[in-house]
Design a protein around this ligand. Structure first.
Ligand code: SOE
Length: 380
């Protein structure tokens, strides 16, 4: 460890994402030993002094703060990791950039593209390394899909289809707002499934299939009023519970996206399918270590969908883990993102998606929400 360059992490927020990121920091050194940079769990910040201490003790952070401004001011912090609700990403990121800290920001980048633009300008002015945690790019099967597309194996792409389906907000008596349920509060989240779930699908799509030029969307809010945890009053719900949109990609292909938190029976079913002239691919988060592949070039008597078990050591990231046939899961995508971030510090190359990349997703989300509101096609 002595010859390693420490990257002293200051984590803001210790919820679900605080845990996934911290797990990534803790495991990366064992599985990517060649990296010159190494994360050090320097400080975690949260508003409740007692709970932030408990988190620090459990996960191994050296110190705690209850004010993110104090954390950013500390000389012994190199990188700020933002795991807060969406409505404070911008303020924290801009202050961190100004203080010259590296920034790792949980998705989505911002509440909207106007805020995102300010964040991009701040990191570019400061010249600080930055990345956004769109972790599904780093599922080995999804990274493999990217390789196959870039190798031209699919040929011209005609269709891109993606869904992200959940069912956890169906109950009408589920409150909105507060620590666990801020995703239902439009002030904290910015939007509903569009910014939370479709943003993942859009990020992957832009990466795999290039820019989206225009969109036509519909949204619905099925439960229009919910008790607000913070005010104790029944208040209007401002988020989209479901959203579906059509789009054109720059490369001429057509896109179809759907997301909802009202698909009874589905917990986190992210699926994508891409149909090309020569081949098609299909992927499903519930079976994340498999990539379905259909190659029209196969001999017709054996032609069909193959289910590629993405575990061999020549598959993306898989030389780091176990032996062929033994799969990895969700948490490893965060280990991969940390590894790629550290690698980018070693090489000086950006770690994608950068704030600038994530801002493209933000622009699509804005166009989707605007299109749904105005019931018309919108240019991104
Ligand atoms: C919402 O339920 C959520 O936790 C998202 O916020 C995450 O980004 C997604 O990966 C899983 O679902």
């Amino acid at each position: 460890m002595s010859d390693r360059i420490p990257v002293r992490i200051g984590l803001v927020g210790y919820g679900f994402m605080g845990r996934t990121h911290t797990n990534g920091y803790k495991r990366v050194g064992d599985f990517f030993p060649e990296l010159k940079h190494r994360p050090v769990l320097k400080a975690v910040c949260g508003r409740s002094e007692q709970r932030v201490r408990e988190f620090a003790d459990q996960w191994g952070y050296e110190s705690t703060e209850t004010d993110w401004r104090v954390l950013i001011d500390r000389d012994d912090i190199d990188a700020i990791d933002i795991c807060t609700p969406n409505n404070v990403h911008a303020e924290i990121a801009m202050a961190a950039a100004e203080a010259g800290k590296m920034i790792l920001c949980e998705k989505p980048l911002a509440l909207n593209a106007a805020e995102g633009a300010q964040m991009v300008a701040a990191v570019e002015k400061a010249g600080v390394p930055n990345t956004v945690w769109y972790n599904y790019r780093r599922v080995p099967a999804v990274t493999l899909a990217k390789q196959l597309i870039d190798e031209g194996r699919l040929g011209r792409i005609f269709h891109y289809r993606a869904n992200f389906l959940q069912d956890w907000t169906i109950a009408e008596d589920l409150p909105q707002g507060g620590e666990a349920l801020w995703r239902l509060d439009v002030q904290a989240a910015g939007s509903g499934v569009t910014g939370d779930l479709l943003a993942h699908c859009i990020d992957t799509a832009l990466w795999l299939n290039g820019s989206i030029t225009d969109v036509s969307a519909m949204t619905e809010t099925f439960v229009r009023e919910r008790m607000h945890t913070l005010t104790g009053k029944v208040e209007p719900v401002g988020i989209d519970d479901a959203c579906a949109f059509l789009c054109h990609f720059q490369n001429g292909s057509l896109g179809l996206f759907e997301s909802t938190r009202y698909a009874r029976g589905h917990k986190a079913l992210y699926t994508l399918e891409i149909n090309g002239e020569k081949a098609s691919i299909r992927w499903d988060l519930h079976d994340l270590h498999r990539l379905e592949y259909f190659d029209h070039g196969d001999d017709s008597v054996v032609r069909g969908w193959r289910s590629v078990h993405v575990t061999d050591s020549d598959m993306p990231y898989m030389d780091r883990w176990w032996v062929p046939g033994l799969q990895i899961g969700y948490e490893h995508t965060f280990v991969h993102q940390v590894a790629d971030f550290l690698k980018s510090l070693d090489s000086g190359e950006p770690c994608r998606p950068t704030f600038q990349d994530a801002q493209e997703t933000q622009k699509v989300c804005d166009a989707v929400l605007q299109s749904a509101q105005e019931r018309s096609w919108k240019t991104v």
